[in-house]
Design a protein around this ligand. Structure first.
Ligand SMILES: [Fe+2]
Ligand SMILES: [Fe+2]
Length: 198
């Protein structure tokens, strides 16, 4: 499966100059590990907040296992290089995205925003993993990042699908387009300094 930002619906491509020169693998692996951890935590909290939505619970449970498995895989790569996990850095991208979430209003709208927020992070990660996979010279790392790219594409699809299921296709699409527009502005604003995974 091959994906790019257009297939994912992203309005602005991830900066191809990212990781162009010296790829700092330690930094990338550390950021990546925390992204996987946060993805697992977000899925857990999505279930905690929506225990009555059994279809959602069924769909999201396996994603928690998968994201935590990703976290372990990335930590394993750090260990192989005699590196420790390292400190979590501030994630400006995610913080900017959080600002777009509806704070008040109807619970149903806030729920949809949470799903689309998660879908967007998955889509952007997927696009960046693709870039990383293309830029890595080591065939092992190429494959390593490609595997993540494919997995995150599946998660992106799931969160959109959950939006369609619970909030209706039309409403989901309308709000998704607003999220895409906002996200494109953030990516443009943060590039090229923003060289983390998410
Ligand atoms: Fe993941
Ligand atoms: Fe994911």
């Amino acid at each position: 499966m091959s994906v790019d930002h257009k297939i994912l619906g992203l309005l602005f491509p991830s900066d191809p100059s990212l990781w162009k020169n010296d790829i700092n693998l330690e930094e990338i692996l550390t950021d990546h590990a925390y992204c996987e951890m946060k993805a697992a935590v977000s899925c857990i909290s999505l279930i905690q907040m929506n225990p009555d939505k059994s279809y959602l619970v069924d769909c999201v449970m396996p994603v928690i296992t998968e994201e935590w498995g990703h976290f372990r895989l990335v930590v394993q790569e750090l260990k192989k290089r005699n590196l420790s996990l390292g400190k979590q850095r501030k994630d400006r991208y995610v913080n900017e995205l959080i600002n777009f979430k509806q704070k008040g209003g109807h619970a149903a709208d806030r729920f949809l925003d949470q799903l689309l927020f998660m879908a967007l992070i998955e889509a952007r990660s997927c696009d960046r993993f693709k870039l990383l996979s293309e830029r890595m010279k080591d065939p092992y790392l190429k494959k390593f990042y490609r595997r993540f790219m494919e997995s995150e594409a599946g998660h992106y699809t799931l969160f959109i699908e959950l939006g369609n299921h619970y909030c209706g296709k039309e409403k989901t699409k309308k709000r998704w387009l607003e999220w895409l527009k906002y996200e494109a502005e953030i990516v443009q604003k943060l590039s090229p300094d923003h060289n983390v995974i998410h």
